[in-house]
Design a protein around this ligand. Structure first.
Ligand code: NAG
Length: 245
């Protein structure tokens, strides 16, 4: 009876520190590990649409981000932007075009393509683009089509209770969007004519506008990706993510 209870407790504890059973596994020693991960990671993303409650991984569809502040300094685009209640749609439709796992050095590199990433948020902004002043407070829709993201994950081993975990200490992200669509409601205190003109102007110059803001978006997203990855990697021992046999 006591023993049964003991084993039941251990099994539950183990189950909480494991990837869900339906996740595809890749073997560390497999010479095709990169091909395996190219399939397994997008498959895991799709299974994480509603999150993984046992690992406290939040739903990824949409992915909620509480806030993001952008202070864009010099150059043609100088805007202070505050985004709140951010919802990102589309990440789980990503596919991977490249994967390179160097597990000996705790390094993962991958390129993904997201067909359509919609970023919807409450915004407040003030500044200027080229010679035009811009200000507003409303809802922003920044949609990136065919977004290529280059991910570079730099990890380190953390040993706890005899198990090795692969903690990600640095997660670098580079964005190369195919096309960016921007729309801000309620620009210029709701002046429809000025707001419509500015939205047209922003889209005609979307490459320029996005380039100036890209670094800030990358930084915010890399912090989100790092948090989500570590929710799994800090809890599931490395040998259960990349299996040993
Ligand atoms: C955001 O903009 C994209 C591109 O214009 C559009 O397809 C999408 O429906 C918009 N989403 C919302 C919630 O307004």
């Amino acid at each position: 009876m006591f023993l049964n209870f003991f084993f039941a407790t251990i099994t539950i504890a183990a189950a909480q520190n494991a990837l869900p059973n339906d996740f595809l596994r890749c073997q560390q020693r497999d010479s095709k590990i990169n091909d395996c991960l190219k399939k397994a990671v997008p498959d895991a993303l799709r299974r994480m649409k509603d999150g993984i409650p046992s690992l406290s991984v939040p739903p990824l569809e949409p992915l909620l981000v509480s806030g993001m502040n952008i202070e864009s300094g010099a150059g043609p685009v100088v805007i202070t932007q505050i985004y709140k209640a951010i919802k990102m749609h589309g990440l789980t439709d990503s596919i991977l075009t490249y994967y390179k796992a160097d597990l000996k050095h705790y390094r993962l590199r991958t390129d993904s393509i997201t067909p359509k990433l919609e970023f919807i948020a409450d915004y407040v902004m003030k500044g200027r683009i080229l010679v035009l002043p811009i200000q507003g407070k409303g809802v922003a829709n920044i949609t990136m089509v065919n977004l290529v993201v280059k991910h570079d994950l730099i990890g380190e081993p953390v040993v706890r209770d005899g198990e090795t975990y692969m903690h990600i200490k640095d997660y670098k992200v580079k964005f190369v969007p195919g096309k960016v669509y921007l729309h801000f409601t309620n620009l210029f205190n709701g002046d429809k004519r000025l707001g419509d003109q500015m939205n047209i102007f922003l889209n005609e110059n979307s490459d320029l506008v996005f380039n100036e803001l890209k670094a800030a978006y990358e930084e915010s997203l890399s912090s989100v990706f790092k948090t989500v990855t570590n929710l799994i990697f800090d809890k599931v021992p490395m040998k259960h993510i990349f299996t040993e046999d």
